[in-house]
Design a protein around this ligand. Sequence first.
Ligand SMILES: Cc1ncc(COP(=O)(O)O)c(C=O)c1O
Length: 382
Amino acid sequence: MSQTIKSKLPNTGDTIFSVMSALAAEHNAINLSQGFPDFETDPVLLDLVNKYMHRGLNQYAPMPGVPELRQVVSDMVQRQTGHSYNPENEVTITHGATEAIAAAISCCVREGDEVIIFTPAYDCYAPMVELNGGTPIFVQLEFPNYNINWDIFKKQMTHRTKLIIINTPHNPSATLISKEDLVQLQEIVEGTNMLILSDEVYENIVFDGNEHHSASSFPALAERSFKIGSFGKSLHVTGWKLGYCAAPAQLMAEFRKVHQYMVFAVNTPMQYAIAEYLQHQERLEISAMYEGKRNTFLKAIEGSGFKPLPSKGTYFQLLDYSAISDKNEVEFAKELTTKHFVASIPMSVFYHIPQEHHVLRFCFAKNEETLHKAGSLLKNIG
Ligand SMILES: Cc1ncc(COP(=O)(O)O)c(C=O)c1O
């Protein structure tokens, strides 16, 4: 008889992302469900990867990442936040933001610890907390603006709270954490041992003149935060799975102990290529391009029964379909894919206990033609 194991993640099955993508493929639907671009990165970056591969830089990189790229990250974060991270011992290049999140949680959460997660939330936080013996404590953002209610938050804090996970610009709600929110958080955690994981993978995608506010901009937050970013998101190469973590030296020392045994090091030629590509750029200017795509998508659905919620950052647009159907979100998202040929993600799946607001998430990181096609299909409904 074959062996079985008692699952450490008994509630984890096929994610809605695989389900919707499979459904989209089966029905030949336009796939606006999963968050990835359908356009290519700058060919200059591809040529640089080629150059470093041919130069023979194809063996293990240094464990924390190639020094050139750590320097670039340190410089970019300094320009963005005013906080200086020493590339020697405060920056690590990771296997995507996903590995950075896993390593940050693993290095500090242990049996009995509580971790506060705002919902709706990106799906990888809670399982990583549970794998490490911790307990996720879910605090709901207030619909429809997805604001943080700090009074509710404070009620969820206990002496067991070890880590608070924040995410801005926020997936899935496409909202931003305000400066006032971070000031509040700073006051709340002052004098405690609580740590912060600040997931900022969409840090370069912010619209309408809004600003991205990083935990690293606030000294009292920076001293207890793991700031996490993703080159996949910023350079339109999600398949490369390269990201970074910046944190104060004591935190980074523990982070690296986990990173060292999780992956040891990450893709060498791509690290050199990204370092050279970014070396001479003050900042990554991709907000205007994505704002244009958001506007194209919004224009394309004008006159439909869908009501857009504000998208202030990320490459997601939420649409309220309550004027079209009273079906629940999963059912309506499936119907939209199989009968109207546009795939999206129901917001309810991003909650610990599904909430029904008749809202779906659409990814607009797609070429113009795809967005126009999706828009005209959505306009024909209802
Ligand atoms: C909020 C958030 N965090 C982390 C990640 C993972 O990033 P990466 O692909 O660099 O691992 C994603 C990817 O969709 C995301 O949306």
